[in-house]
Design a protein around this ligand. Structure first.
Ligand code: CP
Length: 304
C-alpha cells in the first residue's frame, strides 16, 4: 500500500510504463483502450485537486468508466460507516477503487475487505505513493537518472505522507536524501530511514540536485510547532536569495498545493528552475501506468 512495500524493480517498471504511456498518448493516431468496460471508483474522503483529477483523466484515457464518489453528499452523513460505504460501493462491482483518507492504513483496511484492486491516493501522514512515483518520473526525466542524485526534502516532514513515500522511493533507487526543517517538524529517529537530517536549510540545499519543498500544514499552527508563518518563511522558505546560493543546476519541486510566500516564494514557484507543473502533468502518465499494470495483472489472474 505504499513505496515501502515495493521493490526497486517494481518502481522502475511503473516508471518505464509511464514513459511508454506518455509516448503512445502523445501520438495523434487512435489509441488502444485497455480499460474498456472496467469500472473505477474514486473514493476521496479528503480534498484534492491534482490527484483526483489526474486519476479521472488517466482512467478515461484508457477507456474506463470512472465515478467520483462525493462523501459530503453521501449516506455517511446519515450515519453509514466507512466499512459499510465501501462494501456498498463494492457490491456495484468496481474493478479498481482509488482511495484517499485521513486515517493511515485505510487503503489496506479496504483491500482486506474487498476483491477489487485498491490504489492508495494518500492515507493520513503515512504514504502518498502515486505522488512519489510522479516525482521520481519527473526527476528521472530532468536529470536522466535518479541514482546518486542528492535530494533535499524541506519543510513539514513530520506531517508529510509525500516526504515518507519519496524517502522510500528515492533511497530504493539510489538517491542520497536529506531532510531539513525546524526540529519540531522533523520526526525523531527519521535518520533510520537511511537519510541525513539538517536543521539549517541553507546548509541542506547547498550541494543538492533537487530541492523538494513541502506544504506547510498551516492547520497544525495552533500546536505552536513554530513561532509564526513569517519566521518560518524567513528561516525555512525557499526564495530566490536562498536558491541563488545552491548548485547552479539545482531544480525545485513541490507536490502542491503551495502556500505562496510561506514554504516557497512566487518567483521560485513560477521560475525557470521550477518543476511544479511538470510534476502535475506527469501525474497522469504515472496513474495511467498503474491502471494499465493492474488491468494486465488482473487479466493474468483471470487467465490462470
Ligand atoms: N499533491 C497532491 O496530493 O495534491 P492534491 O491534494 O490536490 O491532490
Amino acid at each position: 500500500m505504499g513505496l515501502e512495500e515495493l521493490t526497486s524493480e517494481e518502481i522502475s517498471l511503473i516508471l518505464a510504463t509511464a514513459k511508454s504511456t506518455q509516448k503512445i498518448f502523445s501520438q495523434e493516431k487512435k489509441q488502444p483502450l485497455p480499460l474498456k468496460g472496467k469500472l473505477i471508483i474514486n473514493l476521496f474522503y479528503e480534498p484534492s485537486t491534482r490527484t483526483r483529477t489526474s486519476f479521472e483523466i488517466a482512467g478515461k484515457r484508457l477507456g474506463a468508466d470512472i465515478i467520483n464518489f462525493d462523501f459530503s453528499t453521501s449516506s455517511m452523513s446519515k450515519g453509514e460507516t466507512f466499512k459499510d460505504t465501501v462494501l456498498t460501493l463494492h457490491a456495484m462491482k468496481p474493478d479498481i477503487i482509488v482511495i484517499r483518507h485521513s486515517a493511515p492504513g485505510a487503503p489496506q483496511f479496504i483491500a482486506n475487505n474487498i476483491s477489487a484492486s485498491v490504489i492508495n491516493a494518500g492515507d493520513g501522514a503515512h504514504e502518498h505513493p502515486t505522488q512519489a512515483l510522479l516525482d521520481l518520473l519527473t526527476i528521472k526525466e530532468t536529470f536522466g537518472r535518479i541514482e546518486r542524485l542528492r535530494v533535499a526534502i524541506v519543510g513539514d516532514i513530520g506531517h508529510s505522507r509525500v516526504a515518507r513515500s519519496n524517502i522510500w522511493g528515492l533511497t530504493k533507487l539510489g538517491a542520497h536524501v536529506r531532510v531539513a526543517g525546524p526540529p519540531t517538524l522533523i520526526p525523531s529517529h527519521i535518520e533510520k530511514m537511511g537519510i541525513e537530517v539538517f536543521y539549517d536549510v541553507d546548509a541542506a540545499i547547498k550541494d543538492v540536485d533537487v530541492i523538494m519543498c513541502l506544504r506547510l500544514q498551516t492547520e497544525r499552527q495552533n500546536q505552536n510547532l513554530f513561532p509564526s508563518l513569517k519566521e518560518y518563511s524567513q528561516f525555512f522558505g525557499i526564495n530566490q536569495a536562498r536558491l541563488s546560493k545552491a548548485k547552479p543546476g539545482a531544480m525545485v519541486m513541490h507536490p502542491g498545493p503551495i502556500n505562496r510566500g510561506v514554504e516557497i516564494t512566487s518567483d521560485v514557484a513560477d521560475g525557470e528552475k521550477s518543476l511544479i507543473l511538470k510534476q502535475v502533468a506527469n501525474g497522469i502518465a504515472v496513474r495511467m501506468a498503474l491502471f494499465y499494470l493492474l488491468a494486465r495483472e488482473n487479466h493474468k489472474n483471470v487467465a490462470h
